[in-house]
Design a protein around this ligand. Structure first.
Ligand code: NDP
Length: 234
């Protein structure tokens, strides 16, 4: 087992996840870049500026139970340590327009990845997280679209799944508070990625909104929902 602080980021081969990996490396973490396709993950890792051996590319499809199990077993072997888990993997569909016309298959798929993905990966990684001391965090990359209080009629699959992800945050935060593990949801804002499209903020800024929840002190908030360090109404 490594004696260095170690982070895991899901959906990390592009977009916000990749920028989160870079910012974790900048903070000195050994970082696991988890991705569905390790070829694309290795190519993404080559764009980073790590010291040698500090990025570990691992296969993980958060929608596939067997993949989650295999991923967790691999982590237990090496690096054998997790201090920070960033549940970033997510999907959004251009066809996801309104609840009356929603394709239930699409809603189910979004739920499986965006909500259950974070639930399953958190469960699988928890035994490793529990072994560590101070500085342990689970950060769920949510969206303002999952805020019930400001929810309109748009993007039902995405909104339902992100609201459920926020419930995952609340549930784990309550259970893990006695262990000192902080669990928060963050919204990265509108970010210029494949998902966000053009016009959003730079990806490094969206990632910084995620890192805020990693950088929290051990007596910092848990079970909250934040954008750029400010609370977002549930
Ligand atoms: P991108 O579409 O650019 O990247 C999404 C990432 O998630 C990719 O690495 C993708 O992998 C991965 N992914 C998708 N499905 C799975 C799966 N089943 N298993 C593992 N990985 C998967 O999105 P962003 O970087 O923009 O978004 C990252 C997170 O931020 C998401 O949770 C999103 O909902 C959230 N967010 C984004 C906003 C924005 O404006 N961009 C706004 C608010 C929230 P692959 O390359 O294999 O497809």
């Amino acid at each position: 087992m490594t004696d260095e602080r170690t982070a895991v980021v899901t959906g990390a081969n592009r977009g916000i996840g990749l920028a989160v990996v870079q910012q974790l490396l900048d903070r000195g973490f050994v970082t696991v870049l988890a991705c569905r396709d390790t070829g694309r993950g290795e190519a993404a890792a080559a764009t980073l500026t790590p010291a040698p051996g500090r990025v570990l590319v691992r296969r993980l499809d958060v929608g596939d139970d067997d993949s989650v199990r295999a991923f967790a077993a691999g982590l237990a072997d090496a690096p054998g340590r997790v201090d920070v888990l960033v549940n970033n993997a997510g999907i959004h569909y251009d066809t996801d327009q309104d609840p009356a016309g929603a394709d239930v298959g699409v809603v189910r798929e979004a739920f499986e990845v965006n909500a259950l993905g974070a639930l399953k990966v958190s469960q699988a990684v928890l035994p490793l997280l529990r072994r560590q001391g101070p500085g342990r965090r689970i950060v769920n990359v949510s969206s303002g679209a999952g805020s019930l209080s400001s929810m309109g009629a748009g993007t039902p699959a995405y909104a339902i799944s992100k609201a459920a992800l926020n419930a995952v945050t609340r549930l784990f935060a309550a259970q893990l508070a006695p262990d000192g593990i902080l669990v928060n949801s963050v919204c990265p804002g509108w970010v210029a990625t494949d998902m966000g499209g053009r016009g959003g903020r730079p990806v490094a800024e969206g990632a910084a909104s995620v890192l805020w929840a990693v950088d929290l002190p051990d007596d910092g908030p848990t079970g909250g929902f934040f954008r750029d360090g400010r609370p977002v109404p549930w």
